[in-house]
Ligand binder design. Structure first.
Ligand SMILES: [Zn+2]
Length: 334
């Protein structure tokens, strides 16, 4: 094992070859020294289509991350994380997530022969819980997000904690996205929905490894812990409310500083998007044939807000609308 973790905040250094899901001293996000292992694809995750369209005289590439096996880009990080876990001898995995990461973990654990414990708040959508159970996960329902996080911690140690907010392993898997768009991101601005930052950080690191430093525009749901003040605010559209972008709400993203540094370094900025603009963007995407979840529509809303100012763009469509089949009609018509 030629790698060891360190804390990006307090300087903690882990033992060589030992996995920590977050800093054991301060709870912060971790980086890695050395080289992490490579793993093959498991269910065909990644290599998603890049579909081009001419919009208002500019070329837009839509990266269809929602076509991954469990319907979101999370499959890249989860596939990698769970193979990593298996390599370290773990027999079970745990994650606290009511949404895409939870379902992805359930799917890949089942495929890889690992027991999955998914700890979810009671507010989680019944459809998603049903899918997680259907593929064989142990779904633990608790009162709140905070409690979900605490209960997941109680499994960590015995089980591998996916911890996509703080673990560098998850990000390692997301890097493949940066490679895949490198040919186009040399000249096109990349528009990325942002919550915990695993997508933004993974995409950027992968791009750098592929020899490209893309311009990145981070898109946050209005009301989310803010990149404003840390990077240029390029647009604020659709009102202050962002109830619809539920997959993007992370209260204290541990990688906020790192996200801000990347956006600044890339010459990009942040766009904030509220529900009104999410609805319009979702309707447009659906009419173009892209069946995505509301949280993914923020990227398109951001493109619309900046249209004519940024030239060619790649819009990352992160999550599938098929998990929202009950809600999509109502949301897009409201
Ligand atoms: Zn620390």
């Amino acid at each position: 094992m030629s790698w060891r973790f360190y804390c990006v905040r307090c300087g903690f250094r882990g033992d060589v070859g030992v996995y920590y899901h977050r800093c054991p001293v301060c709870g912060g996000a971790l980086g890695v020294d050395g080289v992490l292992p490579s793993f093959p694809r498991v269910l065909g995750e990644g290599s998603t289509p890049l579909v081009f369209d001419g919009v208002g005289g500019s070329i837009v590439g839509f990266k269809l991350e929602y076509l991954n096996p469990s319907g979101s880009f999370k499959d890249r990080g989860v596939s990698y994380s769970l193979q990593f876990a298996r390599g370290l001898g773990y027999r079970c995995v745990v994650v606290d997530s009511s949404g895409n990461t939870g379902l992805s973990t359930a799917v890949y654990a089942s495929r890889l022969g690992l027991r999955a414990h998914i700890v979810v708040p009671a507010t989680a959508s019944p459809g998603k819980l049903s899918l997680m159970r259907a593929v064989g996960a142990n779904v633990v329902v608790v009162e709140s997000r905070g409690e979900a996080s605490r209960v997941a911690e109680s499994y960590a140690g015995e089980c591998f904690h996916v911890a996509h907010l703080t673990s560098p392993v998850f990000i390692e898997g997301v890097k493949s996205l940066g490679y895949e768009i490198a040919e186009y991101s040399r000249r096109a601005t990349v528009i990325v929905p942002v919550s915990s930052g695993s997508l933004l950080v993974g995409l950027y690191r992968g791009s750098l490894e592929a020899g490209v430093k893309p311009r990145i525009i981070a898109v946050q749901a209005s009301g989310s812990p803010s990149l404003e003040g840390l990077v240029d605010l390029l647009a604020y559209v659709g009102g202050p409310d962002s109830r619809l972008a539920d997959a993007l709400v992370v209260r204290n993203p541990p990688r906020l500083e790192e996200m801000a540094r990347i956006v600044r370094e890339s010459g990009g900025g942040v766009v904030k998007v509220g529900d009104e603009a999410i609805r319009v963007a979702l309707r447009e995407l659906l009419s173009m044939g892209f069946i995505v979840e509301p949280s993914s529509a923020v990227a398109w809303a951001a493109y619309r807000a900046l249209e004519g100012k940024i030239g060619e763009a790649i819009v990352i469509l992160t999550g599938s609308g098929l998990k929202y089949y009950r809600e999509l009609e109502e949301i897009s018509r409201a």
